[in-house]
Design a protein around this ligand. Sequence first.
Ligand code: ATP
Ligand code: MG
Length: 313
Amino acid sequence: MPAEATGSHAASESVGTTGTTTRDHDAILVGEDVIRRFGGLTAVDVDRVEVKRGLITALIGPNGAGKTTFFNVLTGFDQPDSGSWSFNGRSLKGMPPYKVARLGMVRTFQLTKVLAKLSVIENMRLGATGQRGESMLSAVFPTLWRSQEKINTERADTLLQRFNLDAKREDFAGSLSGGQRKLLEMARALMVDPDLIMLDEPMAGVNPALKQSLLGHVKGLRDEGRTVLFVEHDMDMVRDISDWVIVMAQGKIVAQGPPLEVMANPKVIDAYLGAHHDSDLSVEEEEARLEKVRERLQAKTGPRDREDGDPRE
Ligand SMILES: Nc1ncnc2c1ncn2[C@@H]1O[C@H](COP(=O)(O)OP(=O)(O)OP(=O)(O)O)[C@@H](O)[C@H]1O
Ligand SMILES: [Mg+2]
C-alpha cells in the first residue's frame, strides 16, 4: 500500500474548519489490523486508522467499501476476525454496544432504528440505557431510579427542543418523516452525552431543508467539544463540514487528508471507478463515469436537491 494511503493523521497536517491543525488533536479512536470477512469476501481490512479528537472526520467510499461493517465492528455490533481497536486509550475488543456507549462512543444507523410503535419521548428515554443499570436500579433502589428517570426525561426534552422535535414528543416515532427520524436518532444518541458520535449516512433520504438543519447540528456537536465520525455519500456535505476525510475502497483505507485535497486525489477517483471494474467499460462509458465522479467529488455548488431519494447510485 502506498505511503500516503496509510499512517496516522499526524503524517499530514491540515487546517480544518476549526482553524486548528490536525496535529493539535490526539486520537480518540484507534484501530489496528482490523479484518472482517464474510465467507470469501474481505469486507474490512484496515491496517491502521485514527480518528482525531474534537474534529469532524468523514469516512467515504463507494457502495460496498466496508464502511458500515467497519462501524459495526468498532461499536461492538459485529465481531472482526482479527484486530484491535481502542477508544480513549481503552481496548473495546469484545465489548457489547451498550458498554461502548456507556464509555462515550455511540453510533446511528444507515437505516434508522427508531422504534416506530413507541413515542418520540419513549425512544429518547431508551437512548439513556447506556447510563445506570435501569433494571437493577428499579428493583433495588426505586427512589434512585426515579430520580435518574427524571434526569433522563429532562435531558430528553432539552434535546428534543434542540432538534426541533419537541412538538412531536408524544407522537409515534413511526409517524415522523425520514429526515425527522435521522434527527431523532442523533438526539437519542446524545442521551449518553458521548465524546464520539458516529453517524452512518445521516443525510440519506433527508429533504434539502432538513439537510441544512442537520449540517448545523453536526457542526454544533463539534462546537461543543464532541468528536464526529460520519459516513456519507453526499460530497457537498463532506466538503462543507469535514476537517478530515478517510477514503475506504474494498475494505481498505486508500487515502486520507483534508477534504479538498482528498477529493482531487486521482486515487480517490479511481476508488470510486474501481467499484465498477468488474466488467470492461467502453471509452465513452469510462469518460462518462469519470466525469460523473469528478462532478461528485469536485462540485463547488450548494447541496443538490435529492429529496427522499437514495443518494447512492
Ligand atoms: N452480514 C453480511 N454478510 C455477508 N456479507 C456482508 C454482510 N454485511 C456486509 N456484507 C458485504 O460486505 C461488503 C461491505 O458492506 P458494507 O455494508 O460495509 O459497505 P458500505 O461501505 O457501508 O456500503 P454502502 O455505501 O452501500 O452502505 C459488501 O460487499 C457487503 O455485501
Ligand atoms: Mg453502509
